[in-house]
Design a binder for this molecule. Structure first.
Ligand code: SF4
Length: 480
């Protein structure tokens, strides 16, 4: 999972991209980068490295990135190994000079990589984004111009299976943004007036646009490509018409609570999830005796507050987050993840001791965090711990950019609720159900594959993809 941002027509493209990436930092903390172009001179400027946005993109370095159009990315690795070779945006010198940044995952990456190898195309990384760039550039070179750009996007749609949102800077042309045919990964666009001209920007989440004065914000449609030309003209085409399947996990966990996706505020959706769960508890477990509701900070706070309200219980903060520790779920290696969980949350014993606690978390993925939370609460004197997840049991891998690609690593895969309760040490585990997700979102047009096994795309190459990823992780951890 990553955050991407692009801007066209800005006086200070790099500064805007920097601000955009700061608002998207929660989507990936492993590396970041910016590519800009000065359309007057045709010069391209690039900066990228491993590290947080504030570490890599310092003020002095940003000042060196001249140009009025550009793209940026903050990255969490799913296929690449997380080393410097995989840091985005990628850049190709011809035709025209194309920079590309990507959020998502290419399911048939191993096949496409092999195909490029047979065509004697040299790749510099293990990133699926580079493969996508090669396919795009190869087709664009054949036709050039505006039609060439849309034909290159169509070629990507024809060849690449997966969930992806892409932003591209094409040196002599402008900014291009497009979304996979099912619209699995989010991408929004906005516009603003500056010096009598319209500027356009694109971002993984609406907050990165609205905080910079962009208005008329809308999500790109599935299979839609938008080109903001250097001339100020804008072209939009829907090149594919698959069934819409935006990732439901974006509302539940991944996106920041201030964002709006597909017209549905993340905050409102999380409140609805909490209310739905409270109604489920009242309906199915009227005997449940609880003293208070406690959120696992920060994602689950709106759901916990709605749940407490509906159950008529006090909402208490008994777990305090160490603000200097990143989100544990998006750390790429289990060992790093476990160490971070141990540092991440601290209990307030006076709130916890002797109480029956309904603790609310956004989801239970591997069970690492949940187990640790139950242990912390019980170790601080909790009488009973009822663990509530605002997401249904995750039973199947995600092949579209969220980092759980093997069933074996998922605590709910092949286990009953009672077994999960035992495994994490909770007195009860209460899960959201798929109907509740549909109700909270007001639609069934969603990707829910990790909880239903109904994948919106072919998963024919998924096993090969997982194998390749395992090899890369073994490289990082030295287990090969
Ligand atoms: S499989 Fe799950 S996490 Fe992955 S895109 Fe679909 S809903 Fe989102």
């Amino acid at each position: 999972m990553c955050g991407i941002f692009a801007v066209s027509g800005s006086e200070q493209a790099a500064a805007e991209i920097y601000m955009g990436l700061m608002h998207l930092q929660h989507r990936g903390q492993d590396a970041c980068g910016i590519t800009t172009c000065d359309t007057a001179s045709g010069e391209v400027y690039r900066l990228k490295d491993v590290g947080l946005v504030s570490e890599v993109l310092t003020e002095a370095r940003i000042a060196e990135l001249k140009g009025n159009i550009g793209i940026g990315q903050t990255r969490y690795p799913t296929v690449g190994t997380g080393d410097r070779r995989e840091v985005q945006p990628f850049f190709i010198k011809r035709p025209d000079g194309i920079g590309m940044a990507f959020n998502g995952n290419v399911v048939n990456y191993p096949l496409l990589k092999q195909k490029l190898k047979e065509e004697r195309v040299y790749l510099t990384s293990n990133s699926d984004a580079e493969v996508l760039l090669q396919i795009f550039a190869d087709e664009y070179e054949k036709r050039n111009g505006t039609e060439g750009i849309f034909s290159a996007v169509k070629k990507v749609y024809d060849e690449v299976i997966g969930g992806y949102a892409v932003v591209t800077v094409i040196a002599n042309k402008g900014i291009l943004a497009f979304k996979d045919p099912n619209g699995i990964r989010p991408l929004a666009m906005g516009e603003k007036e500056a010096n009598g001209k319209k500027n356009y920007a694109f971002a993984s989440e609406s907050i990165a646009l609205s905080m910079q004065g962009y208005t008329n914000i809308r999500d790109l449609k599935p299979g839609e490509a938008v080109l903001a030309e250097n001339t100020g003209e804008i072209h939009s085409r829907q090149l594919e018409y698959e069934k819409a399947a935006p990732c439901v996990f974006e509302w539940v966990y991944f996106s920041t609570v201030e964002s709006v996706i597909e017209g549905k505020p993340v905050y409102d959706v999380r409140k609805k999830l909490g209310k739905f769960l409270a109604q489920k508890i009242k309906r199915e477990m009227p005997e449940l005796q609880a003293d208070l509701v406690m959120p696992v900070p920060d994602t689950s706070r709106p759901a916990a507050s709605a749940l407490a309200n509906e159950l008529g219980l006090p909402l208490e903060e008994g777990l305090i987050k160490n603000r200097y520790i990143g989100r544990t779920f998006i750390m790429p290696i289990q060992k790093t993840r476990e160490n971070a969980v141990n540092l991440k949350l601290k209990p307030i014993e006076s709130v916890i001791r002797g109480k029956n606690i309904v603790v609310v978390d956004d989801s239970i993925v591997r069970g690492t965090t949940s187990k640790r939370i139950v242990k912390l609460l019980k170790g601080s004197g909790a009488n009973k711990v009822y663990f509530v997840s605002t997401f249904p049991p995750i039973i199947s891998p995600c092949y579209y950019g969220i980092d759980f690609q093997r069933s074996e690593e998922l605590i709910a895969s092949g286990r009953t609720i009672e077994e999960i309760e035992k495994e994490i040490g909770a007195d009860k585990v209460i899960y959201m159900d798929v109907e509740g997700l549909h109700e909270a979102l007001g639609t069934k047009e969603l990707c829910t594959a990790c909880v239903t096994k109904n994948y919106p795309t072919s998963t024919k190459h998924a096993a090969a993809l997982t194998e390749l990823r395992e090899q890369h992780i073994a490289q990082i951890t030295g287990k090969c």
